[in-house]
Design a protein around this ligand. Structure first.
Ligand SMILES: *Cc1c(COP(=O)(O)O)cnc(C)c1O
Length: 236
C-alpha cells in the first residue's frame, strides 16, 4: 500500500497531465513544485522517494535545516516574500526565487549574486488585484521598472508569478490567470524579451492555472496534507 503522500502526488501529477492534454499543451511543460513549508524532512523524503525532485519553501530559517538534511539532487524554489537581509543566505541554496517584487530588491540580488558567483533565476511577482496585504508589482510600476530589471547582469528573469485573491471556486481564479498571461504577452512585446514562465496555481486552482498557461504550479496541501499552522500573513 503506498502512503498518503505518494498517492497524493500521483493524483496531482495526473490532474496536471490531464489539464495539459485538454488544453493541447505538452505534459512536460509544467513543473510541479511540492510546497513543503511547515512539513518535516520525513515528508519531503517520502515525496522524493516517489520521484519528486522540486520543492518549494517560503521561509529561509525553516528551509535551511531541511536543505542541509537532504540530498543534493533536489532543486529548491523559494516562494516566500524575500527579505533583503536574507538574500545572501537564499542565493546559494535556492535555484529559483519566485517573489521578486521591487527593482531595489532585484538590483540588490544582482549585486550579491555577483559576489557569490551565482546566477539566480527569478520570477517577478505581480499584484494584479492591487491587494494591500500582498507583495508584488502593480502592473504599471513593473512596466516602469522593467528596463532596469532586464539590464541586470546576474539575475535572470524567467517570467511572472502571482498569488491572486482567494476565490471560493477554482473557476473564479481563471480571470486572474488569463490576465497574468496577457500581461506577460504584453511585456514580451513591449520589451522584446522572452518571459517563458508563469508561476501560478496552488492546491485549490492549479488545474485551471495549467489550462491558462502556468508553467510552474506551487502545490502544498494537496500533496502533504493540511498545514498545522500559518506561515506568514498571506497564506495558510
Ligand atoms: C503555501 C504556498 C503555496 C501552496 O499552497 P497550497 O494551497 O497548500 O497548495 C503556494 N504558493 C505560495 C506562495 C505559498 O506560500
Amino acid at each position: 500500500m503506498p502512503g498518503e503522500i505518494p498517492e497524493n502526488l500521483s493524483e496531482v501529477r495526473s490532474r496536471i497531465a490531464a489539464a495539459c492534454i485538454g488544453a493541447g499543451r505538452d505534459v512536460g511543460g509544467v513543473e510541479l513544485i511540492a510546497v513543503s513549508k511547515t512539513f518535516p524532512v520525513e515528508s519531503i523524503r517520502e515525496a522524493y522517494e516517489a520521484g519528486q525532485r522540486v520543492f518549494g519553501e517560503s521561509r529561509q530559517q525553516e528551509a535551511q535545516p531541511k536543505i542541509d538534511a537532504l540530498s543534493g539532487s533536489i532543486r529548491w524554489h523559494f516562494i516566500g516574500r524575500v527579505q533583503r537581509n536574507k538574500v545572501r543566505k537564499l542565493l546559494p541554496s535556492f535555484s529559483v526565487i519566485h517573489a521578486v517584487d521591487s527593482f531595489r530588491l532585484a538590483a540588490y540580488m544582482d549585486e550579491v549574486a555577483g559576489e557569490l558567483c551565482v546566477s539566480p533565476q527569478v520570477f517577478l511577482q505581480v499584484n494584479l488585484a492591487g491587494e494591500e496585504s500582498k507583495g508584488g508589482f502593480e502592473p504599471g510600476d513593473l512596466i516602469a521598472e522593467m528596463e532596469g530589471i532586464l539590464a541586470l547582469k546576474r539575475v535572470e528573469v524567467i517570467g511572472l508569478m502571482c498569488i491572486p485573491p482567494a476565490e471560493d471556486e477554482a473557476e473564479e481564479s481563471r480571470k486572474w490567470f488569463v490576465a497574468m498571461r496577457e500581461f506577460r504577452d504584453r511585456l514580451e512585446r513591449d520589451f522584446s524579451v522572452r518571459l517563458p514562465s508563469l508561476s501560478m496555481g496552488m492546491s485549490g486552482d492549479y488545474v485551471v492555472a495549467v489550462e491558462e498557461g502556468a508553467t510552474h504550479v506551487r502545490v502544498g496541501s494537496s500533496i502533504f496534507g493540511r498545514r498545522a499552522y500559518r506561515v506568514d500573513g498571506e497564506l495558510g
